[in-house]
Each structure stands twice: as C-alpha cells, then as structure tokens.
Design a protein. Structure first.
Length: 256
C-alpha cells in the first residue's frame, strides 16, 4: 500500500491511498491463476484500514486481452494507458500559424496556468485532485534544477498550449519501461479550451518529436487516460500505441 505524500504532486496526481498489486502469472491457465490471485488481493485490501480516497491498481500489458474478463469481474476498469511511440513516427502536418518555442523562466506563469488547467481536466475525468498546494508545487517544479523541458505553442504571440518532457537525466526509468532503447517521457500536453482543434497540439508534438529524434531517443513514452475522449485519438494519430494498461477501482473497497 502506498500513501501519497501531501507535500508532493503525487497527492494531486493520485488517490491518497493506493493498493498496488504487482503480478506475474505462468503460462498454464493464466486466467484461473489471476482470478485466484485477485480474490486473495481483495481479501487483503478489505482487511486493511482504508481512507475514503483510495484506489486498487494493477498494471498489465495492454495487448494481453485474455485476462480482461477476469479484471472486469473483480470490479477493475481500464484507466491509465502507458503508450509508446517509436522514433520516426509522427502526426500529419499541423496548422502553419502556430509557433513552437522552448519555454524560459519568464514563461513560468503561463506554464503553471496551463498545467493547472490540465489537472482540472483530469479531475473532471476522475483521476486527479487539485489540492491547496497544487499550484505552488507546479511552480516549484518549473523552477527546480531538475525541471522538465518545456515548450510553448503561440498564436500571434499568445501562448495557447504547452508540452513538458521530463529531463531524461532525472527520468532514466523511462528507458527501462520498454525494449525500444533510449526513451524520453512526455509528462504533460495541454491546449487551452478555446484554442483546441486548430493544430496547436499537433504542432507542439511534431516539433518535440523532431527534437527528441535528433537527440537520439529511440522512443517517447507517455500516459493518457482511457476515458479522455481528446487524448486517445490524438495520440494514436501521432504514432503512439498502448503498451501497458492500469486497471483500477476506486475506492479500493469496491474491489471484488
Ligand atoms: C489533446 C489536446 C492537447 C490536442 O490539442 P489540439 O490543439 O486540440 O490538437 P490539434 O488541433 O492539433 O488536433 C486535434 C484535432 O483537431 C484536428 N485538427 C488538426 N489540425 C487541425 C486544423 N488545422 N484545423 C482543424 N482541425 C484540426 C485533428 O484532426 C484532431 O482530431 P483527432 O485528434 O480527433 O484526430 C487538446 O485536446 C487538449 O488540451 N485536451 C485537454 C488536455 C488533454 O487531454 N491533454 C492530453 C493529456 S494525455
């Protein structure tokens, strides 16, 4: 069981209490084995003192669909998808009036405002929670030595969208999440609500793909929410495919 530290963004991104199952099943009747394992896990989760804001989470390879009926039968639903895009794949061309540039310290207000919008969007979708310290923690993240690489999309000099990639020196784990080789992790993409559907998101992603490909990254990884109607189609169009799916139930007491 993992408790989100309220002094970090973990508490914004995740439920306060997470019951995480890391499972391996053999080749002989994996569905029956997983069914038994999940029943045992459910008993353990129900026996523990729980916070109201809790989740039970299990991550599984997206294309291993044989176990999907078992996950559903235990009350789990597919939520977060880890997706991968191999170097060279890209979205179709974007609108010409969008200028993409690296964000600087002078852009920190815009970066914080966009990321807060993203948190609120993900809160609507039932994933994140804006806390009293969320804005302050996002600002601190963008001013820290290990801050993400950030780009802004501008139309007529006004910022309309932002994209962050974790500094690969501080996110070496990204390369360990697939067999594709050296990987970067794209942590945030947001276009302001009134500016969507006009190519800003595509322009940002194409620009960053080019930079990462040139820098020798073999793959880009990111998470999107399965129930986000804007994200899935967008990322698939830009060359991403599901790698791992997080099956989750909230609150954890609803695990069957
Ligand atoms: C996902 C998101 C960043 C996409 O940004 P965007 O600027 O709207 O993206 P684009 O305009 O480049 O592309 C979006 C759609 O508009 C269409 N489009 C692209 N260029 C266009 C243009 N010049 N004119 C009109 N439509 C266009 C595309 O076909 C695309 O449709 P599809 O994804 O269904 O295929 C944006 O919807 C957003 O901020 N959503 C909320 C936050 C979010 O979900 N972030 C991702 C979290 S993982």
């Amino acid at each position: 069981m993992v408790r989100a530290d309220p002094t970090t963004l973990d508490a914004t991104w995740n439920a306060a209490e997470r019951h995480v199952l890391i499972a391996r099943v053999g080749a002989d009747d994996p569905a029956a084995v997983m069914d038994t394992l999940l029943s045992r896990w459910s008993t353990i989760v129900h026996a523990r003192p729980r916070e109201a804001e809790s989740a039970a989470v299990l991550t599984w390879p997206s294309r291993d669909v044989e176990l999907v009926p078992i996950f559903l039968a235990h009350g789990l639903a597919p939520r977060m998808v880890l997706a991968i895009r191999l170097a060279g794949r890209d979205c179709p061309d974007a609108a010409a009036d969008v200028v993409v540039r690296r964000a600087t310290e002078a852009d920190v207000d815009a970066a914080v405002a966009m990321e807060l919008e993203l948190v609120r969007w993900n809160q609507t979708l039932g994933q994140m929670t804006e806390r009293s310290n969320t804005a302050e923690l996002i600002r601190a993240k963008h001013l820290a030595d290990n801050r993400p690489w950030s780009w802004l999309a501008e139309v007529d000099g006004t910022a309309v969208g932002a994209l962050n990639v974790l500094d690969p020196d501080h996110a070496p784990w990204a390369s360990g999440m697939s067999s594709a080789g050296k990987a970067a992790y794209l942590s945030d993409l947001m276009v302001l609500p009134g500016r969507r559907g006009a190519g800003a998101g595509t322009a940002l992603v194409r620009h960053v793909h080019r930079e990462l490909d040139r820098a020798g990254f073999n793959a880009v990884l990111l998470h999107y929410l399965g129930m986000n109607p804007l994200a899935g189609p967008f990322w698939h169009r830009c060359g991403y495919r599901p790698l791992h799916t997080s099956w989750e139930v909230r609150p954890a007491s609803h695990l069957r």
